[in-house]
Design a protein around this ligand. Sequence first.
Ligand code: SF4
Ligand code: SF4
Length: 241
Amino acid sequence: MTLNRTLRQLQNARDRRDPEMYDYIPETSEPPAGVRYMTLAEAQSLECNMCGQCCGSEEADLLGYPLKQYTFGPIPKHQWRSLNGGQPLIIPLTPSGRGRDWRPADAESAVHPAFRCEALTHVEDGTTRCALWQSRRPPPCDAFPTKAKHYPHDLKRGAYILMNTQYQRLCTWVDVLICPEDSVILEWRKSNGTLRGRLSKEQRAFVARVFREAYGDAFPTNGALPLKEWRKVRKAEDALR
Ligand code: SF4
Ligand code: SF4
């Protein structure tokens, strides 16, 4: 398998067309053609290309889309000062992109602010570096994108997981659906992890169902699909083996 994608490949894909995931409408769309299907172990074996898009809202901004949708999540009052010589490490941004002082809502509100990280630097070849890479980083940095604590548990219970890389179009892990080890979908893919062209109607319908449910879990509007519902999906899968 050649599941990795280089930064150049991802830049070309981004420049060639609008990001496919942004066109996806759960009720009507087929799963985007560029989605790669892989196990968690395969995903964890891929290499970070140091694009830096997970390290700041403006790094992940997309042309033609509302800006600064990607956030760090809650920013606690300490702003991880202890990792940055006593100065705030994760800085909330104003809507126009200027750094601002921390407010209690940054930690408490369900809507989190855009952010910048003081540890991120850009280098001449277009990649980035994290000054804290070899030392301690805020926990969300360690979890992104393949080390979320709930992944192994959810997979064991039967869930498929759409990785949280929607805003990182240059990320090695963009548009990856993590599959349980025994997923039948893994048998239907090409060496680059995308689906083969010739699948039966039933196979396509099953992939569409799985993708729709995983998308709903990743971007819940009515709450994530209970894991017991995933068991029903897995049961339907048995008929396709
Ligand atoms: S600490 Fe490092 S990994 Fe975390 S957001 Fe900052 S630059 Fe990125
Ligand atoms: S967005 Fe993905 S590829 Fe880019 S620096 Fe973050 S983890 Fe690495």
